[in-house]
Write a protein that binds this ligand. Sequence first.
Ligand code: AVJ
Length: 322
Amino acid sequence: MTAEPLEIHLEERDLARSLRDDVRTGLTAQPKWLPPKWFYDARGSELFEEITRLPEYYPTRAERAVLVERADLIAELTGAKTLIELGSGSSEKTRLLLDALSRRGTLGTFVPLDVSVSALRQSTADIAAEYPQLRVRGIVGDFTRHLGRLPAGGRRLVAFLGGTIGNLLPDERAAFLAAMRAALEAGDWLLLGTDLVKDPAVVVPAYDDAAGVTAEFNRNVLRVVNRELGADFVPADFAHVAHWDAGREWIEMRLRARRPVRVRVPELDLTVDFAAGEDLRTEVSAKFRPAGIATELAAAGFATERFWTDPDGLFGVTLARA
Ligand code: AVJ
């Protein structure tokens, strides 16, 4: 089957409006911040793909190892008819699930949801061609806002992989899991990927690689704001910082002004001043403990059925029942 036309729940103008709101709110806050979703224009998505291949960036390989090992068991336990993938991007690891569910013979529909129209067009076309028996329904949407639009019915398995849930702040995370549970019915399933707490000597280099790819990825958000809102950030004025917050057990990526910097954002009629050494927080990437994951899932109404890690115990994948 060819992929069905994308269902669009997020128009260009919604995206433009939320970027403007986020930039105004974040750059006038103290301390300054921007949400990580704005990293992912075409160049940012390419840089992220490059990150996943870096020797220091273990999460992608570790999660893939879990899925290689467990995909058939996941297919057996869930018997899913519909696989929904949130923040699907290139859907690379998803093929392991599609293969296992196809072997099992239960799968009829694949529903990738992503904010990026270009990423979805590519992945839905590729997957429809590779899995001719599958119905492929791509949804352009934001997983923090459009969970109510997921197709109903069938035994559904929602995959939220990559540790992306760690990019939400704790209150956003609780709200997301509650909304996810509300969008599902008893008997549906959630497959959740979470990076685990470990020695900072392993975590920090994953966010501050020797080749400087993560630093470029981090600075890319400034290029996005320049292009979309006419701002005049000079990316080289900002140093990449990966800070391990031991109390909250998360990595914070920041951009640190190397000197006093004044930025104009004409589309917002805004001037922003950075003192030398002042930080702009661009991402939180929380790391989890197994007990904490189960507790947060239970608080949202999910029951943990299985929890797996890779052989090195770096990354966790939870299968939970709605
Ligand atoms: C894979 C999107 C969750 O937090 O590890 C990679 C993105 N940021 N390097 C993560 C990311 C810096 C990321 N997610």
